[in-house]
Structures are given as C-alpha cells and as structure tokens.
Design a protein around this ligand. Sequence first.
Ligand code: GAP
Length: 516
Amino acid sequence: MATQEETFKKLVAHCKEYGFVFPSSEIYDGLGAVYDYGQNGVELKNNIKRYWWDSMTLLHENIVGIDAAIFMHPTTWKASGHVDAFNDPLIDNRDSKKRYRADVLIEDQLAKIEEKINKEVEKAAKRFGDSFDETMFRQTNPRVLEHQEHWNQLHERYSKAMNANDLAELKQIILDEEIVCPISGTRNWTDVRQFNLMFQTEMGSTADGAMKIYLRPETAQGIFVNYLNVQKTGRMKIPFGIAQIGKAFRNEIVARQFVFRMREFEQMEMQFFIKPGTEMEWFKHWKEFRLKWHKALGLGDEKYRFHDHEKLAHYANAATDIEFLMPFGFKEVEGIHSRTNFDLSQHAKYSGKKIEYFDPELNESYTPFVIETSIGVDRMFLSIMCAAYKEEKLEGGDTRVVLNLPPVLAPVKACVMPLVKKDGLPEKAREVMDMLKFDFKTTYDEKDSIGKRYRRQDAIGTPFCITIDHDTLNDGCVTVRYRDTMAQDRVKIEDLHELIRKAVDMKQLYRKLMEA
Ligand code: GAP
C-alpha cells in the first residue's frame, strides 16, 4: 500500500502529465510556489468558480457580484491593517542560509510529539490485539503521559508568545526545543523578525513621482471600498452581499504542498452586510450554507470539519475554517469570519467619507457589520483532486488511474470515439460530437486501441465515452461507457443529450442547496 505522501506525489505528477497544473515558467526551471493551470486544470477551475458564483448570485437575489482591480490605492492597505499587521515571524539558519517561519518550525515540533504518541498507541494496539483499550492506554501509559505533558507545555508557551507577538520568546522556544534546520542540521539561528507578506511595486513613470503600491493580499478590500457604489447604484437593502472572484498575492515564506500555499492564488469571497447585533445569527447561517455547498459535491461528508479559531484576526469577533481531509491531514479550505464593522469604519476614517447605511425601518443610520465567506479556488481544486484520484486494481491484474470527479465539475464531459478510422465511422462520430458540443465540453479521439482511449479519459475524469461502431450506421445507437463502473450500454444517439445533461447539470446541486 502506498503511503499518503507517495499518493500525493503521484497526484502532483499526474496533474502535470495530464494537463491540469504545470510549474510556472517551467522552461526556466519554474518559479517558487507559482503554478500555471493547463488545458484540463482550467476547465475544472472554471467549473468550480461557476458553481460558487451561481450559488451566490443566482440563488440569492440579495447578492450581487463585482470585479475590482488588483491595484488599489495604497491607503486601502493602511486602513485595512495589512501594512502594519499582515506579517509572519521569520527566522534564518546562518549555515544553510534557509529561511523559515518560526511558527511553522514550532508547529512541526508539536506535530512530531503527536506522532510519537500515535506510534506508542499503534505499537500497543498491535501487541494487545482485540483486548486493547486505547482511551485507558492514553490515560495511563507513562511514555504517552510524558509526551502529552511536553506537548501541553509547548503548546501553551507557543500560543502565549504568538498572542503577545513576542518574537524573542519564539526564538527561545526554538532553542529550548533544540529544533534544527532540516538542511544544515544545525541550531545556528538568527533572531526572529516580522516579515510583511504583501508584494510591492511602483506605479508611475519616474522614480521621483512613482507611488508605492501593493498587489492585493485578499480580494475583500475591493468589495469594502465599493460598498457605497454598489449599495447606492443597486438600491441594495440590508442584509445584502457582494461577491467577487479574483487573484490575490502573498509573499509566503514557506510555500509548500503544491497549490495549497501559493504566492499567486485565486479567492472567491463574499461580504454580507448586516445590521449590527445580528452577526452571530448570520455567522451561523453562512457556516451552515457553506458546509452544505461543499458536501453537495458528494466527495464524502466525513472529509469536512469546522475548526473554530481561538486566536482571532484583528478585525474579527468570530471565525471558523472549513477544513478538508487532504493526504497531509485536515487543512483549511475556506474561512468564515464575522468581521464586525472594522473594515468599513477604517475606510471611513482614512478616506474621510461617510460610509453608512440608512435603515428605513429603524429610521437611523449605522455602519453595517459584515460576515465574510472566503474560499481559495486553488485549495478547492486540490481538495477535489485529492478526493478524486484513485489507483484501481482491475480483474486480470491491471491497474487503472481514474479521477472520480463529480461529473458537474469534470473538465471534459464526453469523448466521442470511432471504433476504427475508416468505413465512415469518423464522419458519424463528428456528427455526434457536433450535436453535443454546444452544451457540453466534448472531445474527439480516434488514436490507439479503444482500451487505451478509455484509460486516457479515465485519467482526466471524463464521465462518458461514446463509441461509434459499424452497427451505429444501421441502428443509430452508440456504446456509452461509464467512467466509474466501466459498464457499457447501448444508447440511441437522440437520447445521448439527455443522458449527459442529467449527470452534469449544475441545477441538481443548486436544488440541493435550496433544500431546507
Ligand atoms: N479575506 C479573508 C482572507 O483572505 P484567509 O484565511 O487569509 O482570509 C482565505 O484566506 C482563503 O484563501 C483560505 O481559506 C485559503 O483557501 C485561501 N488562501 C489563503 N492563502 C493562500 C495561499 N497562499 N495559497 C493558496 N490559497 C490561499
């Protein structure tokens, strides 16, 4: 059995081999934590974005979309707090010259202790067999208790240092725990420094007249600065939401796990403007709706969990993550935050403009509170690929690699294949393809044996393969081969459209989302 790590490596290789994700500017050896989406990746990504966009703007008449510029006036980022507080604590190893996030080094140390505990439990479970009582073992085994005590103390010390922004203490923890650089193996660490994650550039033609600007680290601020524009021109009444999909940029110090943590990535964010005092009710509503959105895809309900934040961001009074079970553990895919009126108040203060809402029912003005839902397109993409990637042992000893993608998201919905490249079969196949291609992403393949062609489609997750054979010319039927079961059916050409539509129509997901 392959380990989770091996499977993940295979998935990354698969993404490249089958045109999902390539390292950026690969012919120049790539660029750290920047990736390009290939011909299949972009289709999957577009389908994810459509599912999100429609479930916000089609299903909610009080949510509208915008598309704000990536460049924003630099005061935006002063007001939002990003210039002063969007930092990671970094530390360098003097021997390897490698840079690390101090918090990540300590979190890895905590994970190592947890691993030691789990190993003790696994060993004992093997030794005692069916009579093993895990809870009792964890509560009484001296070695486990010792590790647990170590973990508790370290965790408490680390949380305290992070909350107090105590950089000297973070370094001291790294020294006390004897954490070594994985490259040099030494403990020759610099002091811990704060590192701002925003990329900077200059706007304007002369060095003197140029203005320092930032690449946006979140799309949310484009929504906040347009709150008045949208509310007024759209005559929006509270509660209402503004949705946006767009690129965001963060100069991540430790970028790893493929598209999980990138320096250029894409977010789908929605800010929901509400009456102050109703935030907990709406926070709960959006938590439930967003989890339903994930689960409707059918990747497995057990793969999701909420992780409520103990340490809140400077703008939030409640926050939770929706985590997905990746091969490297449960990881954040989406954040839901109750952002109070922090952002709008800050923009009012820094711009000198009144940013309020006149509530006709209360006959008074107030600064709206905000519930934010914020999901990374790339992390969503990764979670779907991780859940879909399977290596199956077939009868006869063969293996096949298949992507069990939800058909609604699959990059290609159907591939039309003439059994042979002669006797009028290619022409008939083209006719069938022309009939389907306005509604579904359809491809044509006539190269190699039919078995090889099926495998190629399995590898990119195409739910339907449609084979045209000699009988088709007489009976008007084709062979439909289903990706997941590999079963085959004879289907009339005129029934193909409805067969595919039923499986790939996003409306079925929208209906699920609207169910109470
Ligand atoms: N506006 C709130 C905000 O940006 P966040 O938790 O920092 O909150 C929201 O980011 C989502 O954006 C995350 O849940 C994640 O899916 C995605 N994300 C954040 N940083 C990322 C990165 N470096 N690479 C890929 N996705 C990222």
